[in-house]
Design a protein around this ligand. Structure first.
Ligand SMILES: [Fe+2]
Length: 389
């Protein structure tokens, strides 16, 4: 079967690389950027890490700092109006997945007249008004190299997956030094998100030889560095490994897919405002146990690559060690259950049907090695309610 391979045209990687941002723009003849970020980045002055090197090169950026976590369609709509009104030739997404996904969606939305919901999968969002340059500061989503953006439909309470070449950045700058100040909770959540990307890409029915290569490499980087980055925020080697791991995982799943964890995770984020990586972590051990028997050799390889098992373990043992290892990792990273997170039990139970429908509609569960029906998804949601093990 044929498969697609996509990638940004240019990716600059390394400590201090953000200082080269002007030359990256100039490579493509770009000089009038709209910089998209969040209020915290703007207020703290952290955004100057990007604005200063631009100013030094004589490039003045306009800043749009309204991006919000679990990016919302209302913000994207306002941002797209700014794009249409201004005389910009590119958009820079500077920040976590929040800023990058908002920047990508703004460019897609500004390319036409339709509302954001018109662009969700299965629509192919291949058009965008302006090229996007992504500069991640957390090391997690991999959005800087993917053809995806996830936007919340605020009226319907749904996290929409938007996929296509319109969401693929023209270029990105991957500079781990930007992640030194990320707090432990966010480090853990974005780190588990990266690991989920690599693993789901690898066990996906849409995996291919290119996505496999990136997935195994990303698992090794993340498995080796996630605990140290969580415990020691200034550990440069761990930060470098995590930032690179996030991008390599992104290069993998953009050419394969995510699967059941992501399919079930988006509705938890939409209805209960749980950060994306955290809802992934809540689901990851149980969904892995559900899926293990349908792809034992693949889960075993994932376990060995990420350090949860070794070469002496046979496939059955290694695959089981992977599920156990994910639960242990959750404990080490202080991942709460949905109940511990403070979600109201009646609200959780009341949404399960809708969440299962939304998970299935996203298409991601269909990529899972064991494809669940609605009742099985509801059962999995009930299982993770009180236990991550
Ligand atoms: Fe993700």
């Amino acid at each position: 079967m044929a498969y697609n391979l996509v990638s940004p045209r240019f990716v600059l990687v390394g400590g201090g690389a953000v200082n080269e941002v002007a030359s990256v723009l100039q490579k493509f003849g770009l000089s009038r950027p709209l910089l998209v970020t969040d209020a915290g980045m703007a207020k703290s002055g952290f955004v100057n890490r990007c604005l200063d090197p631009l100013a030094k090169a004589g490039i003045k950026a306009t800043v749009f700092s309204d991006a919000v976590p679990e990016p919302e369609d209302t913000v994207v709509t306002a941002g797209a109006a700014v794009v249409r009104r201004g005389n910009f030739d590119c958009i820079i997404g500077f920040g976590g997945g929040t800023s990058m996904d908002t920047a990508k969606a703004m460019s897609i939305l500004a390319s036409g007249e339709a509302p954001m919901s018109a662009y969700k999968v299965p629509f192919q969002a291949d058009q965008a008004k302006l090229p996007v340059i992504c500069i991640p500061t957390t090391g997690g989503t991999g959005s800087e190299v993917t053809r995806f953006t996830v936007i919340t439909d605020t009226a319907r309470g749904e996290k929409m997956l938007i996929a296509g070449l319109g969401a693929l950045p023209l270029a990105s700058i991957v500079d781990y030094e930007l992640s030194f100040g990320v707090p432990p909770r966010t480090t853990a959540d974005t780190g588990v998100d990266s690991l989920t990307h690599a693993v789901e890409s690898y066990i996906s029915r849409r995996a291919n030889v290119i996505s496999d290569t990136h997935a195994l490499h990303a698992m090794a980087l993340i498995g080796k560095n996630v605990r140290a980055a969580y415990r020691e925020p200034k550990n440069a080697a761990a930060r470098e490994g995590m930032m690179l791991g996030a991008s390599v995982a992104g290069m993998s799943f953009t050419n394969s897919s995510v699967a059941l964890v992501h399919g079930m995770s988006r509705p938890i984020g939409a209805h209960f405002h749980v950060p994306h990586g955290l809802s992934n972590a809540m689901l990851f051990p149980a969904v892995t146990r559900f899926s293990l028997a349908s792809a034992t050799a693949r889960y075993a390889a994932a376990a060995r690559a990420s350090g949860f098992a070794d070469e002496r373990d046979n496939d059955d043992k290694a695959a089981n060690k992977f599920a156990d290892g994910l639960a242990a990792l959750n404990a080490e990273l202080s991942v709460p259950t949905p109940r511990q997170y403070g979600i109201d039990p009646a609200a959780w139970e009341g949404k399960l049907d809708l969440m299962a429908e939304q998970a299935l509609a996203s298409g991601s569960p269909a990529n899972n090695p064991r494809v669940p029906d609605k009742a099985e998804i509801v059962a999995l949601y009930r299982q993770v309610w009180a236990a991550n093990a």
